[in-house]
Design a binder for this molecule. Structure first.
Ligand code: F6P
Length: 342
């Protein structure tokens, strides 16, 4: 059997660990041949790929990024993309394709499966927003990086009696912000799930100051937005793929908080630091489990499915269901975070 693998969308720690696991199980246990498409779906459309074997994947497990490269292109976004992708898949005699990606890549995988292609999905993203699966790999690494940054910011915040704003990724959901906020002892966390009220934030920070807490950490998800009519903000620019280019909202909020409260503020935007570098042990293990489960799904002919973490076990779920809606932060966890906004 000949199996293709691709990594699409934003990169994420653990992608290489999935590729390595797929290749090892495919070669050692099933005797399958694996090829890797370059730059996600673009490599399928343009027929650009490399041969993958155990030797080619040696040393990959702790490496961040993706050895295959990635892009946000899909056969639906490129001119004649579907017909070129079909030619490539037929020409190579591919029996199956494993698509490792987030919302965009997996929605494309689902659409390809609906058109009769033998596709299996693997969910990745530091944002942890893919539906049905309890976790995506990369998230634990991002939370670890953000929490370490917050731990460091506490000491300088205390020394100068400042309010430190820490902006983390999370365009549609606030998983990273909520976890890092709770783990890092944030005074307040702003997430896309709940439009924020600047007056409430200012009041909470002033209450803390009145109680003798001279410094505070506020975690802001890049996709957080104010309640309509409470703060003037420009719409962010859009990139070539129609994605809003986020980043920097913490600067606007911090300036407004300083103006309204007189508290001195500083801003740290963590940006792509959260996405780079080596995956945590948790992410290496989850990525490896997903990779093994994906090639098993190919072996068993479970196409149109995505491997997912559910109740601690890896299970195949429908790609269509998994991509139907994003997974927000649970109300329970938001309530736990809110307990500390006193
Ligand atoms: O991987 C998802 C994500 O981390 C979002 O939270 C963020 O907005 C986006 O990627 C930024 O990606 P890029 O700068 O690569 O377009």
């Amino acid at each position: 059997m000949r199996v293709g693998v691709l990594t699409g969308g934003g990169d994420c720690p653990g992608l290489n660990a999935v590729i390595r696991a797929v290749v090892r199980k495919a070669e050692w246990h099933y005797g399958y041949e694996v090829i890797g498409f370059l730059d996600g779906w673009r490599g399928v459309v343009d027929d650009e790929w490399v041969q993958l074997d155990v030797e080619a994947c040696r040393g990959l497990l702790p490496k961040g990024g993706t050895m295959l490269g990635t892009s946000r292109h899909t056969p639906f976004s490129l001119p004649d993309g579907m017909s070129h992708a079909t030619e490539t898949i037929r020409g190579l005699g591919l029996d199956a394709l494993i698509a490792i990606g987030g919302e965009g890549t997996l929605s494309c995988a689902s659409a390809m499966a609906d058109r009769g292609f033998s596709v299996v999905g693997v969910p990745k993203t530091i944002d942890n927003d893919v539906g049905i699966t309890e976790r995506t790999f990369g998230f634990d690494t991002a939370v670890t990086v953000a929490t370490e940054a917050i731990d460091r910011l506490h000491t300088t915040a205390e020394s100068h009696a400042r309010v430190m704003f820490v902006e983390v990724m999370g365009r549609h959901v606030g998983h990273i912000a909520t976890w890092a906020g709770i783990a890092g002892g944030a005074a307040y966390t702003l997430v896309p799930e709940e439009p924020f009220d600047l007056d409430e934030l200012c009041a909470a920070l002033l209450r803390r100051r009145a109680r003798g807490r001279y410094s505070s950490i506020v975690v802001v998800a890049e996709g957080a937005r104010p309640r309509p009519g409470t703060l003037e903000m420009d719409e962010p620019p859009v990139d070539d793929y129609g994605h809003k280019r986020l980043g920097g909202i913490a600067n606007i909020i911090a300036a407004e908080v300083e103006a309204r409260t007189g508290l001195e503020t500083r801003v740290t935007i963590l940006g792509h630091v959260q996405r780079g570098g080596t995956p945590t042990p948790f992410d290496r293990v989850l990525a490896t489990r997903f990779g093994v489960a994906a090639i098993d799904a190919v072996h068993h002919g479970n196409f149109g499915q995505m491997v997912a973490l559910r109740g601690g076990a890896i299970e195949p779920v429908s790609l269509r269901d998994a991509t139907a809606r994003l997974k927000p932060v649970s109300r329970d966890l938001l309530d736990v975070a809110r307990t500390f906004f006193a």
